[in-house]
Design a protein around this ligand. Structure first.
Ligand code: NAD
Length: 698
């Protein structure tokens, strides 16, 4: 049970927050704090109160397990607690170590004195959930550190070490030694010197030129925050702290908080926050499943992916043996890795020594024998089953028992790859995204025979290399690419039907995607999609052909890498430029196909592209390829540039209303271009729409 422990030490009462791991301010703890203050007030022997947490956290803020439940706002709510502390007749001293964030900082701001360890982490990160600090943070912080610093902290949500506030009224003392003793000593001093009850609410938040400052801040924050309402509300609330009495300012804060709670943007951000935590939970692989020790890694293939993958492990201090076929390829791979580190040094993000130390962890090799002792091998060779077969057969020969054998394949059947070894239980897919050293997403592909401890190890390792890992079953394209194929397909069909390259990309970018589908195709390389389509045409002769996209590829226009795709590119420049050549090809293909171009609305572009994702996502969910809809959202938020403020395709569909999505899809079925049955809502989507439930409803 979470609680606050009350103790008396001489004439100093101590309230110790005890709700591991980070003293989330759940209802029990809030009650405990109020009880503690009441006890201290009732005890004549007590002259002052110390409020202290653990080494790890004074308090990390709201208790996330209460999010969305009435408990979160039940009395005493956080505001009540902070006011209670502030109006205590006996001085309350906050003793701060570890995380002091969100509600935790607001609680500290309600105390009369604050002392902190130098490395305590101070933040008001509510903006990251589309909210603002709702328990007086926007009103008290500016009164202590000034409007400018307060706006910076509240609008960015960034974490600042306490030592940076040395000398500012936020902390009365920065404590290098033992915090508890220092806190009791400080409280004793407050009592013996008869120091006053310093209430932050009584201070004045100052700025020499509030009008000018807030106008400027509104403009800059407004321009940066574009799709997010919270940052501007933060600015407004801090302005209220400067221009209004405390109680009025609190009203402004409260109204803004309530308002923001109901915005789709905040719902999306909160969804993403919780979804990220869920991805590592696997129904039949309990969190205490033993994991294999990974002390060294082998990477096969020093191309685009192999080099990026290697960097992840080098960054984490794990030695990598990189194997290539020929010296030339190996040199190229090592040089590519070296270049990344040199770039970091040049930008001042890393010291030269550090870069050297990372490179020293890399062992280039031309022989598989060097992999005999590694704990994990990741294969990133050409995407051909024959090549994968020879690699996995060799790995089976040379690797030690218990080594994990992983493939980075994007499209090939992992179970088949596993069958090339005598230990399919040790085989798993680790599907990185390009550039692999930067992209957050890692699809962890669970084969039919993948052992549970192998899966658990992969999920743990993903955390070590700072990836968001999402489990996917085996299917063509796994979760992400299987869905993106449908989305791309709609974009290409609309291009044939009457939309322009520019219109499609602009509509999707306005929706919030980092990049429209055609610019994205140019970046990824048109040849990759073309190869997939050619395979699919063979496998499924009834499939509607992407005539225009195929034609563009037949012309050798593979996108950025060939200087031309759906756009043209100047040498050395990634700017996508309009190309009249493409318009000509579009006209020709339309004429060949007998298509009379029609005007396509931006709404149709967005709906067809996004609902194609949703429908395939629902199918993937129904097949058990993804564990939950929120996992699919995480794939899209971390790997495909889906707008975060929309929470991922599945969440977005729920926001629109699943019955509305189904209705819109049914209207598309009239299209003569469409693959028969393409817009038939997936069974799970239809079912959930009818039940009026979300995808992940039980
Ligand atoms: P790439 O062509 O850039 O690199 C492949 C490298 O493997 C080459 O350097 C080649 O010399 C080497 N190689 C080939 N056979 C080998 C063997 N038998 N032993 C040792 N080295 C060998 O290809 P890539 O883009 O890095 O893709 C590699 C794998 O990653 C493929 O399976 C691909 O589907 C997958 N993948 C690619 C991307 C991407 O965006 N490029 C994204 C995710 C996954």
């Amino acid at each position: 049970m979470s609680t606050a422990h009350y103790d008396v030490n001489g004439n100093i009462a101590v309230i110790r927050l005890d709700n591991p791991p980070v003293n989330g301010l759940g209802l029990e703890l809030r009650r405990g704090i109020v009880n503690g203050i009441q006890q201290a007030e009732a005890d004549n022997a007590v002259k002052a109160v110390v409020l202290i947490g653990s080494d790890r956290a004074f308090s990390g803020g709201a208790d996330i397990s209460e999010f969305g439940s009435p408990k979160a706002f039940a009395e005493p709510n956080l505001n009540t607690v902070v006011n209670y502390v502030e109006s205590s007749r006996k001085p309350v001293i906050a003793a701060i170590s570890g995380a002091c964030m969100g509600g935790g900082l607001e609680l500290a701001l309600g105390c009369h004195y604050r002392i902190a360890k130098p490395d305590a982490q101070i933040a008001l990160p509510e903006v990251k959930l589309g909210l603002l600090p709702g328990a007086g943070g926007t009103q008290r912080l500016p009164r202590l550190i000034g409007a400018e610093h307060a706006v910076n902290m509240i609008v960015s949500g960034s974490v600042v070490p306490a030592k940076q506030f040395k000398g500012s009224p936020l902390f009365d003392e920065i404590i290098d030694g033992e915090l508890f003793d220092a806190a009791v000593a400080y409280a004793t001093k407050v009592v013996s010197e008869g120091l006053p009850l310093k209430k932050v609410r009584d201070l004045k938040a100052k700025h020499p030129n509030p009008e000018g400052f807030f106008m400027f801040t509104r403009n800059t924050v407004g321009a940066m925050a574009k799709n997010y309402p919270a940052p501007l509300k933060c600015v407004e609330a801090v302005k209220a702290a400067v221009t209004m009495p405390f109680d009025k300012g609190m009203e402004v804060e409260r109204e803004a908080f309530v308002n923001l709670m109901q915005t789709p943007e905040s719902r999306a951000l909160r969804h993403a926050f919780f979804s990220e935590r869920l991805t590592s939970k696997i129904a039949d692989v309990p969190s205490d499943t033993p994991v294999r020790d990974i002390q060294s890694v082998g990477v096969i293939g020093g191309g685009t992916m192999g080099t990026g993958i290697s960097i992840n492990f080098l960054n984490a201090g794990i030695p990598v043996t990189l194997v290539e076929m020929k010296q030339e390829g190996l040199d190229r791979g090592v040089a590519a890795i070296q270049k990344v580190y040199e770039g970091r040094v040049k930008k001042g993000r890393m010291s030269e020594d550090d870069a050297k130390a990372k490179m020293a962890l890399l062992t280039p090799s031309l022989t598989y024998d060097d992999l005999s002792n590694v704990d994990l091998v990741i294969e990133a060779v050409f995407e051909e089953m024959g090549v994968k077969q020879s690699v996995f057969e060799k790995l089976d020969e040379v690797c030690k028992q218990g080594a994990i054998l992983a493939s980075n394949t994007s499209t090939l059947d992992l179970d088949k790859i596993a069958s090339f070894t005598k230990r399919p239980e040790d085989v798993i897919g680790l599907h990185f995204f390009s550039p692999a050293n930067i992209m957050k997403l890692l699809e962890v592909v669970r084969g039919e025979k993948t052992a549970k401890d192998v899966l658990a190890t992969a999920m743990k390792l993903a955390k070590t290399i700072k990836k968001t890992a999402v489990v996917s079953g085996v299917c063509d394209g796994f979760i992400g690419n299987r869905m993106i194929n449908q989305y791309q397909r709609e974009a290409l069909l609309m291009l044939e039907e009457g939309a322009s390259v520019q219109q499609i990309d602009k509509a999707i970018e306005k929706f919030g995607f980092a990049m429209g589908p055609l610019r994205m195709a140019d970046l990824a390389g048109g040849d990759i999609g073309w190869a997939i389509r050619k395979r699919q045409y063979q496998e499924n002769p009834d499939m509607v052909k992407m005539v225009l996209a195929d034609r563009i590829c037949e012309m050798g226009r593979y996108g950025q890498k060939t200087g031309a795709g759906f756009y043209r590119y100047e040498p050395g420049n990634r700017n996508a430029l309009h190309d009249p050549e493409v318009d000509k090809v579009v006209d020709e293909v339309r004429a060949e196909l007998g298509i009379k171009p029609r005007k396509i609305s931006n709404q149709e572009i967005v709906e067809r592209c996004v609902y194609a994702l949703v429908n395939e996502g629902a199918q993937i969910l129904d097949e058990g390829i993804a564990q939950r809809a929120s996992d699919i959202d995480m794939v899209y938020l971390t790997g495909y540039g889906f707008p975060v403020f929309r929470g991922g395709p599945m969440h977005y569909a729920e926001e629109v209303g699943l019955p509305n999505v189904v209705r819109a899809m049914q209207a598309f079925t009239e299209d003569r271009h469409t693959q028969p049955g393409f817009w038939e809502p997936a069974a799970l989507l239809a079912k959930r729409a009818e039940e009026g439930k979300g995808f992940d409803a039980k």
